[in-house]
Design a protein around this ligand. Sequence first.
Ligand SMILES: C[S@@+](CC[C@H](N)C(=O)[O-])C[C@H]1O[C@@H](n2cnc3c(N)ncnc32)[C@H](O)[C@@H]1O
Length: 369
Amino acid sequence: MHRSGPIPFDDVVETALYGEGGFYASGRGAGRSRDFLTSPEVGPLFGAVLGRALDSWWDEIGSPDPFLVVEVGAGVGTLCRDIVASRPRCTSALRYLLVERSDALRDQHAAHVPVEPAAFVLGPTFDDGVDEDGLRHAPGRGPLFASLPDLPAVAIRGVILANELLDNMAFRLVERTPEGWAEVRAGATADGPLAEVLVPADPALAQEADRLVGPDVDVSARIPLQHAAGEWLGRARRALEGGRIVAIDYATPTDELARRPSHEWVRTYRGGGRGGRPLEALGSQDITCEVCPDQLARIASPTQDRSQADFLRAHGVEALVDQARADWAAGAATGSLDGLKAQSRVGEANALLDPAGLGGFRVLEWLRN
Ligand SMILES: C[S@@+](CC[C@H](N)C(=O)[O-])C[C@H]1O[C@@H](n2cnc3c(N)ncnc32)[C@H](O)[C@@H]1O
């Protein structure tokens, strides 16, 4: 970072995660035996339930072919692979775009699914005939996959899906002081590493903080200002012609965060465990912030907001687990590999539904008819 003066927190996060040598830019991220575990990385059950959800959302918009699914923050492509492996009914209509801003992670998509050029996947596709526009969609060609660094510049009729994307978007940080709101920035120290520096918040940030939590909040309370997440939601809504945006993440209202110390909700991860303070070892650890649904609601109120456990149950996780239990019992009798797989599925369900863990995440949905 070559800037003089204390640096806003969002610039630090942006550089530490996505700049040259940044955490995601250098290919780090989610996975067993990697830096942290997300629901898709727990095992294939999450993708199997998402496959069922896609079928119900496909039905709701009249089973279009092509059916476009845009997964943003796709990491290495695990969720996409597992959704398709579960063979949802929409498979033959499915055009799946994996959107991932890290080049290093995007490079791994082709190892998970057969990636085609985006123009071919987005169509209209070139087939055995033409319609009045000179082009024709070829139905029943799915699943087709493409990999992109950003949302495509096309109208999307289908689903925009984001698992643990918004918590990784850069955010500003403000703190209440006896004199009013201060902004938490990062400044260089004499011996090298960055340290927090409080500067008076500019009036726009102070007004925003007052609107979010009121002026009577305790001195030393902190809150994040999640502008990048809101901007992303705005872009996604403008791109969506019909269907829904589904964002899954750890989420807490801003006023609740104000009552908790910031080290609880600005967290760092590396090597399968928690990392150090956010300004330490920039680039070698993930920096993440609990998502504030009330801040997203300033762009648009979600049509639905429920826990991951409720969402997975609504889309049939229990039927998949019951099936696994039956297979496990049968497999235990014969010692088959299927029995072991079934046993692991039961363990995955426990992790995905745990109300104190992944099951307590929020699933926010914005519908557009
Ligand atoms: C916590 S990881 C989640 C990965 C995967 N969805 C999962 O659940 O395992 C967040 C991912 O979002 C990516 N990302 C962040 N901002 C993005 C953006 N604006 N567009 C696309 N990808 C983004 C990061 O590079 C990272 O791979």
